[in-house]
Design a protein around this ligand. Structure first.
Ligand code: NAD
Length: 498
């Protein structure tokens, strides 16, 4: 018998009733560590009902008081950050230091949300007409739902619900069924911080739970982070049901290495961004674009480093890369490496057969490096989401920019160069949402916003930062005149201010 992860509804741990369960693995050993309850439509509806009931009171709670809950929540996350990181490593597999870093990046969004009284300040214009004033406020959207991916089980939920709740909304989180435990712990901590019952609910589940959130009229807004195919479905279905939807999706991030770049720094950047978290990051670099004569030296330096990557369970303090999330995903990533060989790319480093003594059933793969990858290959076009870096050789800067811009995805990109002109032109002309200049993973800080372009996002708001505040609030604008200044008589023409 293994333990089950159930739901958190109306402030209580709530046993799953559907009789359906998913497996949650320890990816380092390959064993089923626990079972996760998969919610039925009725169970999700109960969570929506709880959020709807809690909404009016929470929306009327002054922002300053909501901020105080966030301050306390921030403190509790700080106190429990090692525990949260350990849960992430246990169920996701990434190395502990990386898991801790991801919790820290989530915490920074909570810190941002602590400033909500300031962030919700409205605008006021006196005398837009004679004796007439106009002012705007931002009010909560209502009941919001978050559907999150497996790769950041603490950070991505915090991107969403800390801002949504600080703005006065109530929330239902549907975490990834592959690593659900961290979300449950976050819900307990938010309750301990003082959030009333029903303000944050967690339902575990699969498509049935998601579909209920997308179609139930009690949900007003949906924030999704995950793959492009599911994100597009969530966006279309949610919008079709009259909800506000943002969907942040898949990626294929390119790093352009110019011939004048500091090669050691570029190689270090590629190693961390390509193989950190075993490539299971939406901001991972999966394509190195070698410009001009930089390619041979780049591949010569990368090869030995990729071969020497220390792959081990995430709990090993020496580990640079842990296992992948599931055997199914491991097989998918291996399949892409097989495909790359069939497509004619040069497999410079082959990590497919890596086996770790004592962890033979773990979902491990070694780092893989392809050279001479071409844009017509599927390993170039599709997101692999594993530790597989493809080097594409191009003759010059213009070809590099064209390559980046022609790709279906537009999440992040970076350029390594010592030329201010190349860097500026690249930043200005690339058709991508987040750009790094000599920075390999340009994930914006909490007080900026995160969001991709093209097939990396659907909807018109980024996530967290002011974009998050805008997404989770509705704008209302008042125009007011008091009787002492009232004009006489009815006006039947379009009002203009005189
Ligand atoms: P996924 O799309 O498989 O799952 C995401 C969520 O959708 C999960 O909660 C899952 O239960 C649910 N889901 C899965 N299939 C569904 C279906 N058919 N109908 C309804 N709901 C469904 O993604 P994943 O594998 O968990 O995460 C990896 C993906 O997420 C990658 O593509 C990665 O690039 C992307 N990602 C994007 C960002 C970003 O900000 N752009 C951040 C992190 C991850």
């Amino acid at each position: 018998m293994v333990a089950t992860v159930d739901h958190f509804i109306n402030g209580q741990m709530t046993k799953g009733q559907s009789g359906r369960f998913g497996d949650v693995f320890n990816p380092a050993t390959g064993e089923v560590a626990r079972k996760v309850a998969l919610a039925s439509a009725d169970e999700v509806s109960a969570a929506i009902e709880s959020a709807r009931t809690a909404l009016p009171k929470w929306a009327e709670t002054p922002p300053l008081q909501r901020a105080r809950v966030m301050f306390k929540f921030k403190e509790l996350i700080e106190t429990h950050i090692d525990e949260l990181a350990a849960i992430v490593t246990d169920e996701h597999g990434k190395v502990l230091s990386d898991a801790r870093g991801s919790c820290q990046r989530g915490l920074e969004v909570v810190e941002f949300a602590c400033g909500i009284p300031h962030l919700l300040r409205g605008d006021y214009t006196e005398n837009v007409g004679r004796g007439v004033d106009s002012y705007s406020v931002r009010q909560p959207v209502g009941v919001c739902a978050g559907i999150t991916p497996f790769n950041f089980p603490v950070m991505v939920p915090l991107w969403m619900f800390s801002i949504a709740i600080a703005c006065g909304n109530t929330f239902i989180l549907k975490p990834s069924e592959k690593d659900p435990s961290a979300a449950m712990r976050l819900a307990e901590l938010l309750k301990e911080a003082g959030a009333p019952d029903g303000v944050l609910n967690v339902v575990n589940g699969d498509k049935e739970a998601v579909d209920t959130l997308l179609t139930n009229p009690g949900v007003n807004a949906i924030s999704f982070v995950g793959s492009t195919a599911v994100g597009e479905y969530v966006y279309k279905t949610g919008c079709g049901n009259g909800k506000r939807v943002q969907a942040l999706c898949g990626a294929k991030n390119h790093m352009v290495v110019m011939p004048d770049a500091d090669l050691d720094k570029a190689v270090d950047g590629l190693m961390g961004a390509g193989y950190g978290s075993a490539g299971e990051r939406c901001m991972a670099i999966s394509v190195a674009v070698a410009v001009g004569d930089s390619a041979d030296a780049l591949v010569d330096r990368l090869g030995p480093k990729v071969r020497e990557l220390k792959v081990a369970p995430g709990t090993d303090s020496e580990a640079e890369m842990g296992p992948l999330i599931t055997r199914e995903h491991l097989n998918k990533v291996r399949g892409y490496v097989d495909l790359g060989v069939d497509e004619g790319a040069d497999l410079v480093v082959d990590g497919r057969d890596l086996k770790l003594q004592g962890y033979e059933d773990g979902f491990f793969i070694g780092g893989c490096l392809f050279d001479h990858v071409r844009p017509d290959m599927r390993i170039y076009q599709e997101e692999i989401f594993g530790p597989v870096l493809s080097v594409v050789r191009v003759p010059d800067f213009a070809a590099a920019l064209e390559l980046v811009n022609n790709h279906q995805y537009g999440n992040g990109t970076s350029i390594f160069t010592n030329s201010g002109d190349a860097a500026r032109t690249f930043a200005n002309k690339c058709n991508i949402g987040m750009v790094g200049i000599n920075v390999p993973i340009p994930v914006p800080m909490a007080f900026h916003s995160f969001g991709g372009w093209k097939n990396s996002a659907f909807g018109d708001h980024g996530i967290y930062g002011m974009e998050g505040v805008r997404f989770f609030t509705k704008l209302k604008t008042m125009t007011s005149r008091w009787p002492t200044t009232m004009a006489e008589g009815a006006q039947f023409t379009m009002p203009v201010m005189r």
